[in-house]
Design a protein around this ligand. Structure first.
Ligand code: ATP
Ligand code: LTN
Length: 325
């Protein structure tokens, strides 16, 4: 299993229920590789000091969420050079047409119109390299990354056809419920860690009061019934979040909030989310103080990732005809 998150901002509850929390469940079943995708993050402008600080914070957060470094490799993507190398090689089997058709590339090109760099278009190829280096079977991600995992599959199949069996063809693993948490300010858009409106996203680092305030301000729909329905995207999103954090079904939540007004419902969602976040925050703070321990875990993760990735990379070089002794 392989997955990653970019250190491009504070993690949101969308990243948590769509991605990281599922990794924790799956680490019992799969050999996991989890990266902090710093090479991906620089495809949009990053402040160097912030990037450095966020990389460490994200590592501590992975651990605080329950990633067990004994069971999986937790590492920083740029510490393992095979990612950049395989990306280059895969570029030669990727068509410009298919890369420029990726939804995220089109969205980010619009959002960062003054910085449509080569890296932005190459983003999914680097992601394919991440995945394919570890002969990955499963890639647990939110729904927005499905198209990228499909490109990784296409590249694996194309490469295997051209040069002989080299890569395992990966599958996206998308959990229902938390796969797409929407923005609290515009439920038609996904919640994103780089949203300019700070009220649109709930961050794992938000304190209890902030969490509750953001939910109180969440955009709701007309009417007054707490019910899951297509014409009620705001309330449906809040129900989704409530269930993801409470561990109940939509029907159970609808029953619980029958006759309850929007205001009280929003308060209940806020409290439920805050209850889950508080212990994670406490653990993250402790880990950030234990600097040596964090450093040791990331070095150990990079070493494991290095060994596994070199195996695949050597095979790729050989298959493509690069001269090796
Ligand atoms: P950015 O805003 O910087 O593009 P992001 O919030 O979209 O960041 P990513 O680093 O791109 O976050 O994604 C990390 C993981 O979280 C991916 O698996 C992605 O699918 C998942 N994810 C991101 N946003 C959501 C969301 N709103 N709901 C569910 N999962 C999500
Ligand atoms: N692009 C991903 C982060 C990411 C990733 C990966 C996810 C980088 N490499 C490999 C799965 C597998 C995102 O979530 N935005």
């Amino acid at each position: 299993m392989y997955s990653a998150v970019q250190p491009s901002g504070n993690l949101t509850i969308g990243n948590y229920v769509g991605a990281v929390r599922n990794w924790v469940k799956l680490q019992e079943e799969y050999e996991g590789y989890f990266a902090i995708a710093d090479l991906h993050a620089v495809t949009v402008r990053q402040e160097p000091a912030e990037l450095r600080a966020r990389t460490k914070e994200l590592a501590a957060l992975y651990l605080a969420c329950g990633i067990d470094p004994e069971k999986c490799a937790l590492y920083v993507q740029s510490h393992v050079s095979a990612h950049a190398e395989l990306c280059w090689l895969l570029n030669t089997v990727t068509y410009v047409g298919e890369a420029s058709r990726m939804t995220q590339f089109k969205d980010k090109s619009q959002k960062h119109a003054d910085n449509i760099n080569m890296g932005l278009m190459d983003y999914p190829v680097l992601m394919a390299a991440d995945i394919l280096l570890y002969q990955t079977q499963a890639v647990p991600v939110g729904i927005d990354q499905k198209q990228h995992v499909e490109l990784a599959r296409d590249l694996a199949i194309r490469f295997n056809n051209r040069y002989g069996e080299t890569f395992t063809v990966p599958e996206p693993l998308i959990f229902k419920g938390g796969a797409r948490i929407a923005s609290l300010q515009d439920p038609l858009y996904k919640m994103s860690k780089s949203d300019e409106n700070p009220n649109a996203s709930v961050f794992l680092s938000d304190d209890r009061d902030t969490v509750i305030r953001k939910f109180k301000r969440a955009v709701t729909d007309s009417g007054n019934e707490v019910r899951y329905a297509e014409e009620k995207p705001g309330i449906s999103n809040l129900l989704n979040i409530y269930c993801a954090f409470k561990g109940c079904t939509i029907e159970e939540a609808e029953r619980e909030f029958e006759g309850v007004g929007y205001g009280d419902f929003k308060l209940a969602v806020g409290e439920t989310v805050a209850d889950v976040l508080t212990p994670i925050q406490k653990r993250q703070r402790e880990l950030l103080i234990e600097k040596e321990e964090l450093k040791r875990i990331l070095e150990g993760g990079a070493e494991r990732a290095y060994k596994a990735s070199r195996k695949t990379l050597s095979k790729v070089y050989r298959k493509m005809g690069f001269y090796r002794e």
